[in-house]
Every structure is written in structure tokens, then in C-alpha cells.
Write a protein that binds this ligand. Structure first.
Ligand SMILES: NC(=O)c1ccc[n+]([C@@H]2O[C@H](COP(=O)([O-])OP(=O)(O)OC[C@H]3O[C@@H](n4cnc5c(N)ncnc54)[C@H](OP(=O)(O)O)[C@@H]3O)[C@@H](O)[C@H]2O)c1
Length: 257
């Protein structure tokens, strides 16, 4: 199958393209770097020619509320219009577990808007809602600073390795559309403040992490289980400690999602 991966040069996209190729698919990594821009429409018609599936794992380069909303709305509208013209039979998009409860956050409002456009369009679809990536745990500290300390609500979360995200998205992309949502998560639950503290310690990052029940997550109030996937979620295999050991030299700078 020809599968076009929008955002195919990103963290998840690059892993996904490799995995799809390993499974014998013709995977095309589409992004501004390869001349395909889902916001302007540049290169889209050409990239989609002869494709069966489009997987959207792109992310906005700008993070202000209005900019991120404009990115996901414009990009998703463009993709769906070009997909209809090209006869694409399956649109797969990567979203985030719990976003319905986090509309106070500009980023999550943009992801909600993206999902809505997909559900209302005519293209058969699968929306994959993932929990936070291990690679993003340091990024959580970066977006949770109050003064010089990290403030996080002591809620549960069930993060997963980007590698497991890419495997799950690849499996879903190669299967028939579910016309609904699939949740994916990691194999273990943690308290978010505790895991961020562990990650910073492993990076020898001296920032103190405060468990603060009033703290927001990415600008939104969250409950104990907002970030935890549902019971039917497909779980990745990689445990945090295994990933940490393997990526000891890694210094991720991932953003929210
Ligand atoms: N971070 C998390 O914990 C988390 C959790 C659940 C879900 N997610 C979701 O996962 C998705 C992927 O995240 P990621 O961390 O893999 O992203 P990323 O590494 O930041 O990669 C973003 C990709 O989007 C591409 N892109 C940017 N502007 C584009 C445009 N106008 N047209 C086409 N492609 C464009 C980039 O291309 P260039 O390289 O050419 O700039 C890059 O390939 C996001 O939608 C996010 O919401 C994230």
C-alpha cells in the first residue's frame, strides 16, 4: 500500500515511516522539508497520487493559542479536501488521551478542532489517542515552571515510548478504518510529578518538582485520571526504566501533546 505520512520527518513520523517500509509498504515522508506543506497545500496533490492511506502525525511549529488552532484547522481541512479528490480510503490522525476534559488548554482546543473536522468529513478515519511520550517527560517540566520550580498536579499518567506509538499507529494505518477512536498508552501508571522528578534526576537537571494540587497541566485543570487511557487501550511494551537506560544520553526537547 502507498501510505503518506504527513509529518513524516518528526519524532513519531520518522519512526512510523521506517516501520511501514519494514512491513513492505510504500511509505512517503511528507513535510515542508520534503516539499509537502499541509497548511499551504504545496505538494499535497502530487504526494497523494496513488495513495490508499494518509497518516497525519504533524505538529504545529508555533504554540500560541491562535497559531496552533490555525495550524490544525487549516492543515486538516486541506488534507481532507485533497484526500477526497485523490480517493483516499483511510485518514489516520494522532491525537491525545483525555483532551475532551482539557479544553482550557489552547493546544488541546486545537486537537479537539482537528478531531471534529475528521469526524465530520466523508473520508473513513481512525483517530489514535495516545498518552504522553517518554521523550516528552522533560518537556512537561519545561512547560510547568512557576518561578524556578516545576509545579505539577499529583495526578496519574501512563506515558509510552515513541517507538511503541509508531508501532501502534502503523498497525492501525494498515488495517481497515475504525471510524472512531482507539486509545493507546504505556504499560505502567505513575504519578506525573514523580516521573518528571525521576527524569530530571536522570538528566542531572537540578530543578525541583513540586506536587501542587492547584497546578495546571499544559494550561488545563486535570483530574486524577484525565491523562490515563481507558480500559480498552492498546498498551505498549516498553517500560520507563528500560527506555531510560537505553536513552541515557538523550536530551529531548519535546513540546506539549
Ligand atoms: N508529545 C506527546 O507526548 C504527544 C502525546 C500524544 C499525541 N501527540 C501528538 O503527536 C503528534 C506528533 O508529534 P511529534 O512530537 O512526533 O511531532 P514533531 O516531532 O514536532 O514533528 C512535527 C512534524 O510535523 C511536520 N510539519 C510541521 N509543519 C507542517 C506543515 N505545514 N505541513 C506538513 N508537515 C508539517 C514537521 O515537518 P518538518 O520536519 O519539515 O518541520 C515534522 O515532521 C502531534 O500531533 C501531537 O499532538 C503528542
Amino acid at each position: 500500500m502507498k501510505i503518506v505520512v504527513i509529518g513524516g520527518t518528526g519524532l513519531i513520523g520518522s519512526k512510523l515511516v521506517n516501520k511501514l517500509r519494514e512491513h513492505g509498504h510504500e511509505a512517503v515522508a511528507a513535510s515542508p522539508n520534503s516539499g509537502v506543506n499541509s497548511v499551504t497545500g504545496e505538494g499535497l496533490a502530487e504526494a497523494l497520487k496513488g495513495a490508499s492511506v494518509v497518516v497525519d502525525v504533524s505538529n504545529s511549529p508555533a504554540w500560541e493559542d491562535a497559531a496552533v488552532l490555525k495550524f490544525f484547522e487549516t492543515s486538516t481541512r486541506n488534507l481532507l479536501t485533497h484526500e477526497a479528490a485523490a480517493g483516499i480510503g483511510h485518514h489516520v490522525a494522532l491525537s491525545v488521551v483525555g483532551i475532551d476534559q482539557m479544553s482550557e488548554s489552547g493546544y488541546f482546543r486545537a486537537k479537539i478542532a482537528q478531531e471534529k473536522l475528521i469526524k465530520e468529513a466523508s473520508i473513513p478515519y481512525s483517530i489514535v489517542r495516545a498518552t504522553q511520550f517518554f521523550e516528552f517527560v522533560k518537556g512537561i517540566a519545561d512547560i510547568s515552571m512557576v518561578g524556578d520550580k516545576v509545579h505539577l498536579p499529583p495526578v496519574l499518567f501512563q506515558p509510552m515510548a515513541a517507538d511503541d506509538v509508531a508501532s501502534a499507529v502503523g498497525t492501525i494505518a494498515a488495517a481497515p478504518p475504525v471510524n472512531g477512536m482507539v486509545e493507546i498508552g504505556g504499560p505502567e501508571q505513575f504519578r506525573i510529578d514523580e516521573l518528571v522528578r525521576r527524569r530530571l534526576a536522570a538528566l542531572k537537571d537540578p530543578r525541583e518538582v513540586i506536587a501542587d494540587p492547584k497546578a495546571l497541566y499544559s494550561g488545563a485543570k486535570v483530574g486524577l485520571k484525565t491523562l490515563v487511557p481507558d480500559k480498552t487501550a492498546r498498551l505498549g511494551e516498553t517500560r520507563f526504566e528500560t527506555w531510560l537506560t537505553k536513552s541515557a544520553a538523550q536530551t529531548p526537547t519535546r513540546k506539549v501533546g
